[in-house]
Design a binder for this molecule. Structure first.
Ligand code: PEP
Ligand code: MG
Length: 539
């Protein structure tokens, strides 16, 4: 038996057989080739095969996780075809008369190192992608083909790290848990795990050479631990825990279709946060009463250009149509801080969280903002859409936004394009917005408190800095007083107020929020029934 501690990115228990996914440790051999032309032809066939596989993965991912998350496979396709990458491989084959596998392996390593040494976080993360496409290309050259993960048995996936292509290929119903040596709480795998309620543990200091496929393991998300080859006692304990979790889930499932209303009749809207159209499955599965935050910036990430008006219109329209009359609050793009978009050519900043982000970019670059507003106004005709503006600090910003919305309406009128004017509200994420919420409430339709940023700006603590976890306290009295103040000011003018930051899903505060009069709580879909349960049991 061996036990390791890691960091749970989604809590929950799993017991089952391990599937160890090791990176292919076979060393790529170098040999001298007879004909450069034949070798280049062989490379070309492997590239074609690789591009076809990536297209298939993209199509599968669009259905399973949505366009925004699937975009990574478009990026992979572009990387395979990249001129610099291809030239380096071709030159090596031609000049050194080496086999294509070797040329790809060396070029892949060189490019991966180059990315790994870049200062930009987004570019650094591309290092893993270059390795991923190079390995795929080598496999295709070696006629090994694609690893088939779609036929696996129900398993606890154990790996160093998982690439997006590995996770997308897996049959999600067969994944009992993820356990990885590396990875971050915001990695593709972690996001997938949270969306799908799969227990997941990262940063586990295990040695994959000492583990093997087929051995038994227990993942205990509550205790952030994994046990390999557990004892009978440990299995019995984990089985009891799993049973209790399943019973709890069944109890919660019985709440589907029921209202989130207290015993005394106070109705609270329990909504879902999403990042893409692909998340709608989880919204339906967990019976969300609406969408309280669609982080539209995910349509802009992982691309090499801005999403067009038509692309945005089609995504927004699909979401409001699927929600069939239920409220869908779409936040205009919140790019900047940790969400970097290279093609906008923004300057490096000393304090990006205090810098050029969200509504500031939109007001400085109205042409970009107008494209999004046009798409939103057009989509509003198809359902119950609301627009929400992020990072507001002043009345003037709201007035400027209103002026731009008026321009957009005029343009659409002139072009004879149908649209509707939706409800429009602001996020309360800055202490300034809280302090002037009395004035803001007169000129907007609703408030939604973004407690992640509000905590960061109120306590002056970088929300990304792991070393400050001890001080980052969203339960701080100041934050709770702010939420109360914002709610009261909204109600004074007949407007509604919600919470869409992580605090909205904090079960220890649900009752307090309801008592404060908060009208809406929006959260990760997996938390919806738990919050509804608390509300329904309140007096
Ligand atoms: C927030 O700041 O609480 C919020 C919901 O927005 P994001 O987490 O996307 O910054
Ligand atoms: Mg925010």
């Amino acid at each position: 038996m061996s036990q390791f501690k890691g960091k749970a990115v989604y809590k929950g228990t799993a017991i089952g057989k391990v599937l160890v996914l090791k990176k292919s440790d076979s060393v790529v051999k170098r040999y001298r080739i007879e004909s450069v032309d034949d070798e280049l032809q062989r490379l070309k066939s492997a590239v074609d095969r690789t591009l076809k596989q990536l297209q298939k993965l993209y199509d599968k991912a669009v259905i399973e996780v949505g366009e925004a998350s699937a975009a990574i496979f478009e990026v992979h396709q572009m990387m395979v075809e990249d001129d610099d990458y291809q030239d380096a491989i071709h030159n090596m084959i031609a000049n050194e008369q080496v086999n294509a596998e070797f040329a790809v392996a060396v070029t892949g390593d060189n490019f991966a190192n180059m990315f790994a040494n870049m200062s930009d976080d987004y570019m650094r993360a591309r290092s893993a992608d270059v390795k991923d496409i190079s390995n795929r290309l080598i496999k295709n050259l070696s006629d090994d083909g694609d690893v088939d993960l779609s036929e696996m048995e129900p398993s606890i996936i154990v790996a160093d790290d998982l690439t997006p292509s590995e996770t997308v290929q897996m049959d999600k119903t067969k994944i009992l848990a993820f356990v990885t040596v590396h990875g971050s709480a915001n990695s593709h795998t972690a996001i997938l795990a949270r969306m799908m309620n799969i227990p997941a543990l990262i940063s586990v200091p295990m040695n994959l050479d000492e583990l093997h496929t087929g051995m038994t393991a227990i993942v205990n998300g509550k205790e952030d631990s994994v046990i390999f080859e557990p004892t009978d006692d440990e299995i019995a304990k984990a089985e009891a825990q799993l049973k209790a979790e399943k019973e709890q889930e069944a109890l919660l499932a019985a709440l589907k279709g029921k209202e989130s209303v207290t015993k005394s009749g106070k109705k609270v809207h329990v909504f879902a946060n999403i990042g893409s159209v692909g998340d709608l499955g989880y919204v339906m599965e967990n019976d969300a009463e609406g969408i309280g935050l669609f982080r539209s910036e995910f349509l802009y990430l992982g691309k090499d250009r801005l999403p067009t008006e038509e692309e945005q219109f089609s995504a927004y329209k699909q979401v409001v149509q699927m929600m069939a009359g239920k409220k869908v609050v779409i936040r205009t793009m919140d790019i900047g801080a940790d969400k970097k978009v290279d093609y906008l050519g923004l300057d490096e900043e000393e304090n990006p969280a205090l810098g050029f982000r969200a509504i500031r970019i939109c007001l400085e670059r109205p042409e970009l903002f107008k494209t999004q507003l046009r798409a939103l106004l057009r989509a509003a005709k198809y359902g119950n859409l609301s627009i929400m503006y992020p990072m507001i600090t002043s009345v003037e910003e709201v007035m400027d936004i209103k002026a731009i919305v008026e321009e957009v309406k005029k343009e659409l009128d002139a072009e004879g394009i149908p649209y509707a004017v939706p409800e429009q509200g602001v996020m309360i994420e800055t202490p300034a917005a809280v302090m002037i919420s009395d004035e803001l409430a007169k000129i907007v339709d609703f408030f939604s408190v973004g407690t992640n940023d509000l905590t960061q700006y109120t306590l002056a603590i970088d929300r990304q800095n792991e070393n400050l976890n001890r001080f980052y306290n969203p339960h701080h009295k100041a934050i709770l007083m702010m939420i109360k103040m914002v709610t009261d000011n909204a109600h004074k003018y007949g407007k509604w107020a919600g919470i869409c930051g992580e605090l909205g899903a904090d079960l220890t505060l649900t009752e307090e929020f309801v008592r404060m009069g908060v009208d809406e709580l929006s959260m990760s879909p997996s938390m919806i029934l738990k919050v509804r349960n608390i509300i329904r049991n309140m007096d």
